[in-house]
Design a protein around this ligand. Structure first.
Ligand code: 4AD
Ligand code: MG
Length: 462
């Protein structure tokens, strides 16, 4: 059995030879004694044309009755067709139907809306758009591992069930074995977790960062790549309840090192995906986002911009009349502001650094001004924030004070504080939202269309 992608990469060699391909019927048409099937197997963007003739296969009539969506195995000669649009076709000697389909198969040859296709997440990977999106997703994931591996990082696995809230944003999904409707309660009315499986309150992780910091204090350079969960109510095109994050953490490093790493990683992954998925990217460039290839090329070949939060706010304040949410020093930047900065002002990816300490997480290193922290967000056109990172607070007393300010219970973080007690160093890291990266690479506007089975508020159908 040969995959269709191999037929394209080895066409000259395979010309005139007999090959066997397996796949799903995209289209089928026939006239009297001759028929054509467009077959896809998902191994690449392109399909292959199967030509079948009454006097060459034994089950011609049966094959003409195949419905779109059927799974078939075809053996035949690979015939070079240098004059035609496709460089070759397969002249079938044998066509076996492994799995028939029915006339009500939802993916008939016509354009379906993305909204409709979301309702059939189990079938949509067989369409051009989703086939391409999930191949790009796979290539991007591989590129990330390749990048960090080539740069000497250790890949670490951090827990999904956790007893601490990394971001302190209170957006965690609870995990408990207690009866949700009637949990045991202590005298003061609070839930008694002593009978819970973990004997304490636990949640699904919002970030693997704190554990990644532990690993960085042993390996120097580490990264995580795993699912994270946020019960965010924001019903936006870029928020999912379950999404994947890549979180590198580097010891003996500051914010500048962090930004250098982020920029190198972004460029590497973009270049890798453009090199390995040219047909998929060309498809997105033609049908989803006309400026995609030009934009990605520019990103690879120019330096990212960099401004401080304070500078960014000065720019935005001058344009407050354009925004739904008005900006002032101290406010968090909304998507509209992020997009304005990266699309209208800089026209490329931009790092925004040194945010007010009140609007960022407790672990970020306090700057000498006492007002801002060594945070960095990377904003990109079309999306807004794609990366959030920081230099971490390595000074014990400052960290303890920050935890007090955020009303965090030190008992839950004793191990985190230990890192400052035993050989703490300056260190930094960031989190890249993987879905936002895939959106950026494909031009797809909605996060629901880059996750195979998206979970957002109100949807966990599949
Ligand atoms: O900015 P965030 O919240 O940063 C952290 O979680 C840090 N602990 C990362 C670190 O320093 N190790 O999230 C990081 C990125 C965001 O920039 C965004 O791309 C993505 O994760 N993200 C989401 N993606 C999809 N759906 C959501 N609900 C997301 N929330 C964050
Ligand atoms: Mg963030």
């Amino acid at each position: 059995r040969t995959e269709i992608t191999e037929l394209y990469s080895n066409t000259a060699e395979l010309g005139g030879k007999t090959v066997t391909v397996c796949g799903w019927v995209r289209t089928i048409r026939d006239s009297k004694a001759l028929g054509f099937i467009e077959l896809n197997d998902g191994s690449c963007f392109k399909g292959v044309q199967i030509v079948f003739e009454a006097d060459r296969i034994s089950n011609f009539t049966e094959v003409t009755k195949l419905n779109v969506g059927s799974a078939i195995v075809v053996t035949g000669e690979l015939v070079l067709t240098p004059q035609a649009k496709q460089p070759f076709e397969i002249h079938a000697d044998k066509i076996e139907a492994e799995g028939l389909s029915t006339p009500d198969y939802p993916l008939q040859k016509k354009r379906h809306s993305l909204e409709y296709l979301r309702t059939i997440a189990h079938l949509r990977p067989r369409t051009n758009t989703f086939s391409a999106a999930f191949r790009v997703r796979s290539a991007a994931a591989f590129a990330i591992h390749k990048f960090f591996n080539e740069n000497g990082f250790i890949y670490v696995h951090t827990p999904l069930i956790t007893g601490s809230d990394c971001e302190g944003a209170g957006e965690m999904f609870n995990v408990t074995t207690l009866d949700a409707d009637n949990p045991p309660r202590k005298e003061d009315g609070t839930i008694d977790y002593s009978q819970d499986f973990f004997q304490k309150h636990t949640s699904l992780t919002v970030s693997g960062q704190l554990e990644a910091e532990c690993m960085a204090m042993a390996f120097g350079k580490v990264y995580t790549f795993g699912p994270t969960f946020r019960a965010e109510k924001s019903y936006t095109q870029r928020h999912a309840a379950e999404f994947w994050m890549i979180e590198p953490e580097i010891a003996f490093a500051d914010l500048q090192d962090d930004m250098r790493l982020a920029e190198a990683m972004m460029k590497y992954v973009i270049q890798y995906v453009m090199d390995t998925c040219p047909d998929d990217i060309a498809f997105f460039n033609q049908f989803i986002d006309k400026g995609l290839v030009e934009r990605l090329n520019n990103v690879v070949h120019s330096d990212f911009a960099c401004v401080t939060y304070t500078e960014a706010v000065d720019i935005l304040k001058k344009n407050n009349d354009q925004f739904e949410y008005k900006v002032d020093w101290g406010t968090d930047l909304q998507t509209e502001h992020e997009k304005y900065l990266t699309e209208q002002v800089f026209g490329k990816p931009v790092f925004v650094t040194d945010y007010p300490k009140e609007i960022k997480a407790f672990y970020m290193r306090l700057n000498d001004d006492g007002k801002t922290v060594a945070a960095v967000d990377l904003l990109v056109p079309g999306i807004g924030e794609i990366i959030g990172g920081s230099q971490r607070e390595e000074r014990m007393e400052v960290l303890q004070q920050r935890m007090k300010d955020f009303k965090l219970n030190e008992d839950n973080y004793w191990w985190y504080l230990d890192l400052r007690r035993y050989g703490g160093t300056k260190h930094a890291g960031y989190g890249l939202g993987f879905e936002r990266l895939v959106m950026y690479l494909t031009g797809i506007a909605n996060i629901r269309d880059v996750l195979p089975f998206p979970r957002t508020t109100g949807t966990a159908e599949f």
